[in-house]
Design a binder for this molecule. Structure first.
Ligand SMILES: NC(=O)c1ccc[n+]([C@@H]2O[C@H](COP(=O)([O-])OP(=O)(O)OC[C@H]3O[C@@H](n4cnc5c(N)ncnc54)[C@H](O)[C@@H]3O)[C@@H](O)[C@H]2O)c1
Length: 247
């Protein structure tokens, strides 16, 4: 996939699926804005990739703050004159049944996973219009498709799924595509390292391919949807879960 000349913004880009996506977009030739609240780690990754001759800039971005989004978009359009790709990847997870979820916990999950995606999509629309179109890829989850224990996480990811279809249909006339990606369990801090051993085993059992995904396998799906290789695909949901939801 040749992304030379494309300008991309990835939220939550310092580790996990976001990091794999930043690495892949940059390797394919895109200018990448790596947005994250983790300043030191984000700057370190941007410096590593820049030293390899790739074009990656760290941008301090809390996805729940519209001012941060506006500043990130302005920084990229000032530097490169356009914006072609947004990957709304930043997310937070908590495993709890509804009766244990506090109001503050509900608000945090919905703010980062739901409002964060809304603010991100909204912030890039005019820059993408001015660029003649663009591609937005929103990271949902299989928890946005079928029931899971954590009602707040599932509700936030279900919101992302339908928000993506709304953006796709509303802004198709501007050449803006929007799709959602639905990973099953992925070997990241969120999906693996922070998960108790017994739960990992339970999740393994439900995956026909018999393993968790690597972050790079999710990044492949994201970069396909971000690129012109998927030019007639919009408003769809791409499940990347080793067959779990099909079983
Ligand atoms: N790992 C999985 O198993 C899995 C499965 C399905 C969906 N997902 C989704 O994929 C996305 C990435 O997950 P991951 O496993 O790489 O997670 P991770 O916890 O490894 O990384 C999350 C990233 O988001 C950033 N972040 C958190 N809050 C932020 C905020 N307010 N503003 C900006 N950045 C913020 C973190 O600093 C980090 O870089 C998330 O949206 C997650 O819900 C993950």
């Amino acid at each position: 996939m040749n992304l030379k000349g494309k300008v991309a913004l990835v939220s939550g880009g310092h580790r996990g699926i976001g990091e794999a996506t930043v690495r892949r977009l940059a390797a394919e030739g895109a200018h990448v804005g790596l947005g994250d609240i983790a300043v030191e780690a984000g700057e370190k990754l941007a410096a590593e990739l820049t030293a390899k001759g790739q074009s990656v800039t760290f941008l301090k971005l809390d996805v729940t703050k519209s001012a941060d989004w506006d500043a990130a978009v302005k920084s990229l359009t000032d530097a490169h004159g356009r914006l072609d790709i947004l990957v709304n990847n930043a997310g937070v997870y908590q495993r709890k049944p509804m009766h244990e979820i506090s109001e503050d916990e509900w608000d945090l999950i919905m703010d980062v996973n739901g409002k964060g995606v809304f603010l991100g999509c909204k912030a890039v629309l005019s820059a993408m219009r001015a660029s003649g179109g663009g591609s937005i890829v929103n990271i949902s989850s299989t928890a946005g498709i079928r029931a899971s224990l954590s009602s707040h996480y599932g509700a936030s990811k279900g919101a992302v799924r339908l928000m993506s279809k709304s953006v796709a249909v509303t802004y198709a006339k501007d050449g803006i595509r929007c799709n959602s990606v639905h990973p099953g369990p992925v070997e990241t801090i969120m999906g693996y390292e922070a998960v108790p051993e017994a739960l990992r085993a339970e999740r393994f059992a439900g995956i026909p391919l018999g393993r968790f995904a690597q972050p790079e396998e999710i990044a492949s799906a994201i970069v396909f949807l971000a690129s012109d290789e998927s030019s007639f695909i919009t408003g769809t949901e791409l499940i990347v879960d080793g067959g779990a939801t099909a079983a």
